[in-house]
Design a protein around this ligand. Structure first.
Ligand SMILES: C[S@@+](CC[C@H](N)C(=O)[O-])C[C@H]1O[C@@H](n2cnc3c(N)ncnc32)[C@H](O)[C@@H]1O
Length: 283
């Protein structure tokens, strides 16, 4: 079966409610299109990639003063780009690609890149799954970042989560051997899902396996006080210590290259725990 039709039947990891651009964002969009903002011809959806379209990444990053032949870091779901633009400013010899389906976010990020004079960031307003399947060559990515993907925390919506077994295979294809996959989430049950599905893949190893286990684990803390339910103002069902203990651990220390975004600050304000995960693409 062609890959496209198989993908179309899968639920998307996003719902685009208001996607219209206000005039200032439209101006940023128009100014950036074909420059900081990649002009990707769409397929049957406006977040898909037209069949046969490809990008010469080295040539793309060599334009307006950048360098083509340097490591590439891809951030999926960049929002308005707080994390990726800070990282790009701190690492001028690394190229960054920000993927965001939400048009106002992509427009804001494109404007931010221009304002800050960053030559090493490009934005694409497409579905990350399309990027992985059609635009990124095998082993072309030094690091893949997914910080606070939409949690889809209701059971019936879990299938929309981005990080699941089929996506792990896509990540394994594009990340170069020795490269890293960094993730963060404020939703404990998604953190457990990430740990489970990535650890199950023979393509990745966890350099922090066994770390932050037991009483040190953020998962234990969440379970002891039912912090996820509490943060939503719901009735809580705390577990006793022996049931709450996360014996497995494997959580990474906070990645120092990840700046505090508004999204994370809001999560912390309502008492949520942050889980960082890092995996190495096996050689
Ligand atoms: C909860 S926000 C987090 C934004 C940002 N990473 C932060 O920490 O502030 C998740 C973002 O992922 C984007 N997103 C969800 N699914 C996506 C996909 N398949 N491809 C690209 N972006 C996606 C959403 O539009 C949203 O902006």
């Amino acid at each position: 079966m062609p890959q496209d039709s198989a993908h179309l039947r899968k639920p998307l990891s996003f719902v685009r409610r208001s996607n219209k651009l206000k005039p200032s964002y439209q101006r940023s969009w128009d100014a950036a299109l074909g420059q900081e903002l990649l002009d990707v011809p769409h397929g049957d959806r406006d977040t898909s990639v037209a069949p046969g379209f490809s990008i010469d990444w080295e040539a793309e990053y060599s334009r307006f003063g950048g360098h083509g032949n340097t490591p590439l870091i891809v951030e999926i779901g960049s929002g308005s780009g707080e994390a990726v633009s800070a990282a790009a400013a701190n690492n001028p010899k690394t190229n960054f690609l920000a993927i965001e389906v939400y048009r106002p976010g992509a427009a804001q990020l494109a404007a931010r890149i221009r304002r800050e004079g960053l030559t090493n960031v490009r934005v694409a307003c497409i579905d990350a799954v399309e990027l992985m399947d059609h635009l990124l060559p095998a082993a072309s990515v030094a690091e893949l970042w997914i910080f606070f993907p939409d949690p889809w925390h209701k059971k019936k919506h879990n299938k929309r989560r981005l990080v699941q077994p089929a996506f792990v295979e896509k990540a394994a294809r594009v990340i170069a051997p020795g490269g890293r996959w960094r993730l963060a989430t404020d939703w404990s049950d998604y953190a457990v899902q990430m740990r489970e599905v990535i650890s199950a893949s023979s393509s990745f190893t966890n350099p922090h396996a066994g770390e932050r286990a037991g009483e040190e684990s953020p998962l234990t803390r969440v379970r002891l006080e039912d912090l996820d339910a509490r943060s939503l103002g719901k009735e809580t069902h705390p577990l006793p210590l022996e049931e709450a203990l996360d014996h497995e651990g494997g959580w990474a220390p906070r990645f120092e290259g990840r700046v505090l975004t508004d999204f994370e600050a809001k999560a912390l304000n309502v008492g949520r725990q942050i889980f960082d995960l890092t995996y190495l693409r096996s050689e």
